[in-house]
Design a protein around this ligand. Structure first.
Ligand code: BES
Ligand code: MN
Ligand code: ZN
Length: 501
């Protein structure tokens, strides 16, 4: 789909979308359309339940005395209340509606929004951004055209008062959307296609955007002493990999310490010898969601040429039961030197992250480090699918991530860390054990405490995204499947706190 911006005027053909405010007050352009058509809009409003509320949509086909093929009325409620995410939802719902209706071109008129604090160009750019995010599909395995129900919409023009400014802002947003799409693609891809090596190949493709990519194979990781990560992968015929992506965009390149992102990339999690139950196991193809977000984020940052130095590290393994698989009771030595007693082979994410976090900190001495992982089922019990769990050793960092989440509409909620929980991962015969002594209690916190054993004094945050990486229902900007959660959140975090935007 293509996007364009124009000044406010009525289009000659295609479809037209115009705003309606609370209590069905028409925008000036909507009023013009009503006049031209001899009151078609007013009559349509009278006979429907449309109230001009945020999210209301009403489609009028073949309006009389106009060449446009349809007029879509969109409710905006009280315009002064609209936030960026509302404009994104608007774009997303329009695109989703029109894609199934046969429309090919639409002009969205943003008029009558003077009372809104946002600048016109921002509002317009975010309508297009939301539309782009909502237009995503994962249809590559649909071979039957009819079944795939090809979307009809090819072009959206957003008409606003500041179209050249909007066009400029949208360039960056489009790069971010491309990052989100890469994450969604990776997360939705099945594990017979996306496994550690092929995932690493996907990372390598980012070199075309100027990202430096380095891949560690099993020999290299063994020499580095990554016994925790390698233990998880040893039951799989697919070899483990670690991919390191670097984007050096800071103006005074060398001097600036990088910001590091680390992702759990378990390309399939059967649980290993501590095998998971069969029903629902297919979901574990998206247990690489953290790595997917880190990779999509690198694409977004490189795509918009972010003025910051960033490292993205993804730890890629497959957790399988096998004659060669790791057993409950095994003791492995992590790169940090700490030994770990494996009491449950299904608590594997923390094992791969242990070595990935240590490696990242040891090699790059980052200014701060944020990891993302579909780490625990318990976080879904705690927070459902509305917020990721946030854990941090630094209050400022936690606050910054929280407020970035508010801005872009990707929720995070902080949970506590304290020594009482950390005690639970001490093993009687090794330094650590990979599950807590507290049974099902505080599972997500105990997992975070385990991770913290591999972080020194680097400011660090951990996002447990098990409830966020995948969605079973459509929303206006996030179709069901891989959500791409975290790319916009962390892009905003960087933009706000590390690029002075
Ligand atoms: N990948 C799972 C966590 C998960 C569960 C993600 C559901 C998404 C949806 C993780 O590796 C896991 O199996 N965790 C165990 C930990 C337990 C053994 C301490 C869990 O949550 O049950
Ligand atoms: Mn597991
Ligand atoms: Zn897992």
């Amino acid at each position: 789909m293509k996007f364009a911006f124009s000044e406010i005027s009525l289009p000659k053909r295609g479809s037209l979308a115009v705003p309606v405010f609370a209590d069905n007050t028409l925008s000036p352009m909507a009023q013009d359309v009503d006049d031209i058509t001899g009151g078609v809009l007013s009559r349509a409003l009278e006979t429907s339940r449309f109230k001009g509320k945020k999210g209301d949509l009403l489609e009028i086909l073949a309006p009389q005395d106009m060449d446009v093929s349809r007029v879509v009325l969109f409710g905006v409620g009280e315009p002064e209340d609209l936030k960026l995410v509302d404009f994104e939802s608007l774009g997303g719902s329009l695109v989703r509606k029109l894609n199934t209706s046969g429309a090919r071109n639409v002009t969205v008129i943003l008029d009558g929004l003077e009372s809104n604090d946002l600048r016109d160009n921002e509002a317009a750019a975010h309508v297009a951004f939301g539309a782009k995010l909502g237009s995503y599909r994962f249809a590559k395995y649909k071979t039957d055209e009819d079944d795939a129900s090809e979307p009809s919409l090819l072009r959206m023009t957003v008409a606003c008062k500041a179209s050249s400014g909007a066009r400029k802002l949208f360039t960056d947003l489009e790069a971010i959307a491309e990052g989100v799409f890469l994450t969604r693609d990776l997360v939705s891809e099945p594990a017979n296609i996306l496994y550690p090596e092929s995932f690493a190949d996907k990372c390598r493709e980012l070199t075309s955007l100027g990202v430096e990519v380095e891949i560690l194979d099993e020999d290299k990781m063994a020499r580095l002493g990554m016994g925790a990560l390698l233990g998880v992968g040893q039951g799989s015929v697919r070899e483990s990999r670690m991919a390191i992506m670097r984007w050096n965009g800071a103006p005074n390149k060398k001097s600036k310490k990088p910001i590091a992102f680390v992702g759990k990339g378990v390309c399939f999690d059967t649980g290993g010898i501590s095998l998971k139950p069969g029903p629902g196991m297919e979901e574990m193809k998206w247990d690489m969601g953290g790595a997917g977000t880190v990779t999509g984020l690198m694409k977004a940052l490189a795509g918009r040429k972010a003025k910051v130095n960033v490292i993205g590290v993804v730890a890629l393994v497959e957790n399988m039961p096998d004659g060669n698989a790791q057993r409950p009771g095994d003791i492995v030595t992590s790169m940090s030197g700490q030994t770990i007693e494996i009491l449950n082979t299904d608590a594997e994410g923390r094992l791969v992250l242990a070595d990935a976090l240590w490696y990242t900190q040891d090699r790059f001495d980052p200014e701060l480090m944020i990891d993302l992982a579909t780490l625990t089922g318990a976080i879904i019990i705690t927070l459902g699918h509305e917020n990721a769990g946030l854990f941090a050793n630094n209050d400022d960092l936690a606050d910054q991530i929280f407020s970035a989440g508010k801005t872009v509409g990707e929720g995070v909620w902080r949970l506590p860390m304290q020594p009482e929980y950390a005690k639970q991962v001490k093993s009687p015969i090794a330094d650590l054990q990979n599950i807590g002594t507290g049974g099902r209690g505080a599972g997500s916190i105990v997992a975070a405490e385990f991770l913290q054993k591999f972080v020194n004094d680097t400011p660090w945050a951990h996002l447990d995204i098990a409830g966020m990486a995948w969605s079973k229902k459509d929303t206006s900007t996030v179709p069901k499947g891989g959500t791409g959660y975290g790319v916009r959140l962390l892009d905003q975090f960087i933009r706000k706190n590390h690029e002075g935007k």
